[in-house]
Write a protein that binds this ligand. Sequence first.
Ligand code: B12
Length: 277
Amino acid sequence: MDILSTRSVAEVLGVSEATVKRWADAGTLRCFRTPGGHRKFRLRDVKAFLADQQEGDGVPPEPVIAAPTGELSAEQREARALALAADVDGLVSLVANQRLKGMTLAHTFDRVIGPALHDIGAGWAAGRLSPAQEHIASNAVIDMLARVRPLVERTSRADRGRALCACLGDEYHDIPVRMVGLILSCEGYRTAMVGANVPAGDLALMIAGDPPAVLALSASACANAENLRGDLAVLASAATAAKTRIIVGGSGFQSLSSVPVPVKRYASLEELTGVAL
Ligand code: B12
């Protein structure tokens, strides 16, 4: 799966096969030859090539709103308790009540549900909560997110096109990207959840085959910055060729010193509100 043909590399990079061959023959892009003489490329070499080519934006985003800032508010405490009690109905009511008070979904996810989950993570890291409790809480939030879709209120009547939402390889924290999907729906995008742990090469081929308007990625952790940068470089290249916008967020992406130029980093969901990407 990690070995690509000249044609696949051309598709992923958004250039012609002749260009790929020229780069390979010049030694700029590493390749090897099959016994039949065909050029083959390792995904890691394509990533390294792209990482070398691309300049970063280097501008770190603002601090994440969801990060715990001390004592939890009453609503955050309530969300935390409901999640730990697997009270999905309660979580749905909480979000619905926030909407009745005029809060947007983005606001509630950024400022109530997010901080509650961060606090649960801190509890898990400190040994106060078991992994099972953390799992119960995150599953309750996932169920809630599925059920609050009717609360999506379009801020625009325009059809802004398709948005793919995903987490890259080895990233299983898909709650934020589910939230992003709902917020993009509010903004007039037709969202498709690709989900967690998606290989960058697969996404690049999806972009090349049927370009979405937006690719939204989230990374809560960053086990290997080099891999994450490489994956992003591959996707940035495919997206530039296909005119797809890439938006990213989460602590994993924030930990990178820079992201490739066409990629836009966000620190919160509220930043997406009312913005045509
Ligand atoms: C739930 C959870 C899990 C669940 C995930 C379930 C799921 N389906 O998502 C499970 C149990 C699977 C899990 C597993 C692990 N987890 Co975990 N997990 C969490 C927890 C508690 C909550 C994550 C979450 O949903 N947060 C809420 C979201 C909404 O907040 P957010 O990510 O900050 O996102 C906000 C903004 O950043 C922004 N945003 C985010 N992405 C995007 C994208 C776009 C486009 C935009 C516009 C905005 C945006 O909007 C969001 C809302 O404000 C966190 C604690 C934490 N601090 O987050 C730990 C945490 C992320 N996990 C952690 C760890 C260590 C792990 C494991 C390695 C544990 C293990 N030993 O197995 C594994 C790793 C699995 C993997 N390879 O991915 C660490 C990561 C430490 C680090 N920095 O590396 C954390 C921080 C816990 C801790 N305090 O140590 N985890």
